[in-house]
Ligand binder design. Structure first.
Ligand SMILES: Cc1cc2nc3c(=O)[nH]c(=O)nc-3n(C[C@H](O)[C@H](O)[C@H](O)COP(=O)(O)OP(=O)(O)OC[C@H]3O[C@@H](n4cnc5c(N)ncnc54)[C@H](O)[C@@H]3O)c2cc1C
Length: 371
């Protein structure tokens, strides 16, 4: 461990839209801040989870009381790809004189020494007065199969990689559908005879109208898509040729009380893309000692408790952005707890980041900031 030096006003964990907004605001307010990012650059979470070339929507939730609180992080109305958006943000940050960021450094934990927080990463210990956790929600959901499924892709980075191979896309939501359409279109245009299999655990595929329209159009144009309803990934194994395979069960009959017959398909894991979503970091918050509350939100889930300034149950430690989506518990001063819907959007992350730093800056106003 490297020795402790400065006491930062704020340490921000994560350089996604939320963390960057917080850092820019801290810089504008003249605060002494540091961002710790485990990836190689800003927007690592986004780059690793968005399909290559995905257009970025500047969505603002219905009924929001304000627009984007920071224009440099607002995706333009005229849609741009994630790569173009990333480049424009990089350029804007360069024009601001850059940010104080340590990349390829992973936050591990923190503890309190009086009023000071000691933040531990895999490289060093740092001291700060306030900690903002902007770690996103990009912990891929587990496939819940027997065996190892690590080689399975979680998003589509290069569609060309899947030419001349049958592909299995798992997940009946918008991301899965987007991937199916992109692959099918490319295969059709290249006159590739292989198929796209689209599997969902349930019988219902849940996609928004625009995606359903694009999917219908792709099928009408001759896209070779085979839909597998009620298909369950069950086993990850290595076959006799040393190929890692995923087996999915597509039909199940009971012969009698004891005997069952299954029909399954097996795909090389390198040809499988699992678009089964991401989960919030409730486990991480729990390990860090923050208070959570079990709440009914369609499925039972543990939600982090925050006050009206997005402060966790540990004073001076805040959580923002995707990390607290799709909802958190707001505990008011009178002790009342309400579930607050918090859509996982660039907008919410950016506005959280600026509001939390405005709150911290006003709290610190008048106090001396050692550099
Ligand atoms: C496929 C897909 C498409 C989307 N499309 C859109 C869209 O078009 N429009 C829109 O508004 N939203 C979209 N979203 C949602 C949007 O990307 C998120 O809401 C937003 O990125 C959240 O920002 P964040 O800063 O909270 O988290 P993230 O962007 O996830 O950033 C978190 C950062 O924290 C870092 N980190 C995590 N843990 C640690 C640690 N322990 N130590 C150090 N660093 C750490 C990560 O590497 C990452 O860089 C999409 C999401 C997905 C998955």
């Amino acid at each position: 461990m490297v020795g402790i030096t400065a006491v930062y006003d704020i340490i921000i964990v994560g350089a996604g839209p939320g963390g960057i907004a917080a850092a820019v605001k801290a810089k504008e307010a003249g605060l002494n801040y540091l961002i710790v990012e485990k990836g190689e650059d800003i927007f690592s979470g986004i780059i690793s989870s968005y399909p290559t070339g995905k257009e970025v929507y500047p969505t603002i939730p219905k009924g929001a009381s304000e627009g984007y609180s920071m224009s440099l992080l607002e995706p333009p109305e005229k849609k741009v790809t994630i790569e173009e958006f990333y480049r424009s943000v990089k350029e804007a940050l360069k024009n601001l004189g850059g940010l104080n960021i340590k990349t390829v450094e992973e936050f591990k934990s923190f503890h309190k020494e009086g009023e000071i927080l000691v933040v531990q990463t895999d490289k060093a210990d740092y001291q700060c007065r306030n900690l903002i956790l902007a770690i996103g929600s990009n912990i891929p959901r587990k496939l819940k199969i027997y065996g190892d499924a690590r080689p399975i892709a979680r998003t589509l980075h290069d569609p060309n990689k899947y030419l001349n191979q049958n592909v299995l896309v798992i997940g009946g939501g918008n991301t899965g559908a987007d991937v199916v359409i992109t692959l099918s279109k490319l295969k059709r245009e290249k006159e590739d005879q292989t198929k796209v299999y689209w599997a969902n655990r349930g019988e219902k595929f849940e996609v928004v109208r625009e995606v359903a329209r694009d999917l219908g159009e792709e099928i009408l144009l001759g896209g070779d898509i085979e839909i597998l309803e009620d298909a369950k990934p069950v086993i990850g194994e290595v076959d006799e040729s040393g190929i890692r395979r995923l087996t999915i069960r597509i039909e199940e009959y009971s012969l009698d009380d004891e005997i069952k017959i299954y029909r399954s398909m097996s795909f090389p894991m390198k040809n499988v893309i699992a678009c089964i979503g991401f989960m919030g970091p409730a486990q991480i918050f729990e390990q860090l000692g923050m208070e959570l509350m079990t709440h009914e939100t369609g499925r039972k889930s543990e939600l982090v408790i925050l006050d009206e300034n997005m402060q966790t149950s540990i004073k001076t430690v805040y959580a923002i952005g995707g990390a607290i989506s799709p909802s958190y518990i707001k505990r008011s001063k009178d002790g009342k707890s309400d579930e607050v819907r918090h859509l996982n959007l660039i907008y919410t992350a950016v506005n959280d980041g600026t509001h939390v730093v405005e709150h911290i800056a006003s709290k610190l106003k008048g106090s001396i900031t050692p550099s």
